[in-house]
Write a protein that binds this ligand. Structure first.
Ligand SMILES: Cc1cc2nc3c(=O)[nH]c(=O)nc-3n(C[C@H](O)[C@H](O)[C@H](O)COP(=O)(O)OP(=O)(O)OC[C@H]3O[C@@H](n4cnc5c(N)ncnc54)[C@H](O)[C@@H]3O)c2cc1C
Length: 484
């Protein structure tokens, strides 16, 4: 029997089902060495943020457990990916490396170099797409090198989108144990002094099993109200699958197949209404695909505005304003609720992400890259493509972006999308006793109402950091200046 192992490198594909690299390695009849390398070097400035590390800790534990049940012990090491792989390949005599591609520019560069190294040393690289419905360069318009607008991209996606059979979890792989492996704890991914992770730990359970449970719950309970509900942060309409998708605990193809199965079960009367909701959900999944398409063709996306005139924007350097935004003490309840939800759970509702983003960029006039960095550190779904794409979208300097002159009014956004104040009351408890009429504008509430609600403005809850109307005028005038 063949004794040299093949290595399966896990990165953003922390699952055993529909995992093409694992599936093909197991089929090769060689002993399989599942490997996770904790690499703080290759990503440079985009090394994993704090909340992602917390997620990774628990996710690796789940993967380890799942692989152990398949008699495939996960080997964990720490170090730069290429050097570490080189060392392990030499140590084990491995001749085949299996991996699912990562599409971040730094991983793409790394994979190119890896391929060259492996060819020189006679090792075959087997690489697959395990995280997207389409490779980022698979779809091309007829008259341009790539799609810059979402709708034609989406139309071309759905024209050729087909479900495919999922890659089965290997039932009978031959294991290869290499000792010593690091324990997950030895990666020191959890914060210690202070430990701020309790909110994240309470809000989520990581792993592929949980991802599938969440998906089933979403399809059975929330899909019917998805289109409407996804705009209202007080309702639990969205799937919350984003961190599982980012870490690859579920694949988009698994989601597509489950959605299709759900559609098979609907009655004729339900078909039309639920069909529309399913289309909308699929459209959102395709926004994720579009972000990767854009990142592939414009790798500077995380650092450089696509619309060049934004280079000239005289961004504010007010660090007190930035701090107030990060801590959720701006005096605008919907903004503060969002920023506190983010800090506490590592997640923020999409509508609120747009509101807090617009507030940072257009009310505080702070560079979108500051927001992008903060989200990178605090989101459990922090994803280079989706985060950069959406920050540029909100700022108005990206692809198919919201125009810069469309400036959200945080008060009316709150009144429209959180009319009962459910969301604000949950995250900004110090103003919870205000009647609905004033919950999004405590600064306008009569003295008596504030007193009865136990609020002293400037003491128990801040006055608004800026005057929105004046900030709007200033933002528009700056836009005019950079456009001249
Ligand atoms: C400023 C800003 C920053 C963002 N940063 C991230 C990020 O780092 N990581 C991330 O995954 N999403 C990001 N998003 C997109 C979106 O907010 C989240 O994907 C969504 O809120 C995740 O919740 P959900 O899984 O419940 O979404 P659902 O509504 O259930 O959508 C299903 C899936 O579709 C995808 N999706 C939905 N909306 C978008 C979108 N606008 N762009 C790309 N993919 C989308 C996600 O993978 C999501 O899990 C950002 C949005 C904004 C405005």
């Amino acid at each position: 029997m063949e004794r040299t192992p093949c290595i399966v490198l896990f990165r953003q594909d922390l699952r055993t089902t529909d995992n093409p690299a694992l599936y093909h390695a197991a089929k090769s009849q060689r002993p399989v060495l599942p490997l996770y390398i904790y690499d703080e070097v290759t990503a440079g400035p985009w090394a994993m943020g704090g909340a992602s590390k917390v997620w990774l800790h628990y996710s690796l534990k789940q993967l380890q457990e799942r692989l152990a049940a398949l008699n495939l012990p996960l080997h964990i090491v720490k170090g730069p990916t290429r050097e570490t792989l080189d060392r392990l390949i030499q140590k084990t005599g491995c001749k085949d490396l299996y991996l699912n591609q990562c599409y971040e520019p730094f991983w793409q560069n790394e994979e190119l170099k890896l391929k060259q190294d492996l060819t020189k040393s006679g090792v075959s690289l087997h690489s697959y797409n395990g995280s997207l419905l389409f490779e980022p360069d698979a779809l091309k318009p007829k008259t341009a090198p790539f799609y810059k607008v979402f709708t034609p991209f989406y139309n071309s996606c759905i024209k050729i989108l087909e479900k495919r059979p999922l890659f089965k979890e290997p039932a009978s792989a031959i294991s290869y144990a290499l000792s010593p492996s690091l324990k997950v704890e030895e990666l020191a991914l959890l914060p210690r002094h202070p430990d701020w992770s309790s909110g994240i730990v309470a809000a989520w359970r990581q792993g592929q099993q949980e991802a599938h449970a969440l998906l089933r719950h979403f399809l059975d309970r929330s899909l019917l109200n998805y289109s409407h509900g996804r705009d209202y942060p007080g309702e639990s309409a969205p799937s919350k699958l984003s961190p599982y998708l980012h870490f690859g605990e579920i694949s988009p193809m698994e989601i597509l197949n489950a959605l299709d199965e759900r559609m098979q079960k609907v009655t004729t009367e339900e078909k039309l209404s639920i069909g529309k909701q399913a289309d909308h959900f699929l459209r959102e999944i395709c926004w994720r695909e579009f972000s990767y398409h854009i990142l592939h063709h414009f790798p500077d996306l995380p650092e450089q505005p696509y619309v060049k005139k934004f280079d000239k924007m005289p961004w504010s350097q007010n660090s007190e304003h930035l701090k107030a935004w990060q801590r959720g003490v701006t005096g605008f309840p919907i903004v503060d609720a969002g920023m506190r939800e983010l800090w506490h759970t590592g997640y923020m509702h999409n509508r609120v992400r747009m509101i807090v983003g617009s507030f940072l960029i257009k009310d505080l006039l702070i560079d979108w890259r500051e927001g992008e960095k903060w989200f990178w550190d605090t989101l459990v779904d922090a994803d280079l493509a989706s985060n950069a794409f959406n920050w540029q979208w909100v700022a108005g300097c990206g692809f198919d972006a919201a125009p810069y002159f469309r400036i959200f009014n945080p008060t009316t956004q709150g009144e429209k999308f959180d009319a009962e104040g459910t969301y604000v009351r949950q995250w900004v408890p110090e103003i919870a006793n205000l009647p609905n009429q004033w919950i999004h504008k405590p600064q306008e509430a009569p003295e008596r109402v504030l007193r009865e609600a136990g609020i002293i403005l400037g003491k128990t809850y801040p006055y608004p950091l800026v005057d929105h109307a004046a900030a709007r005028v200033k933002a528009l005038s700056l836009l005019k200046t950079i456009s001249e």
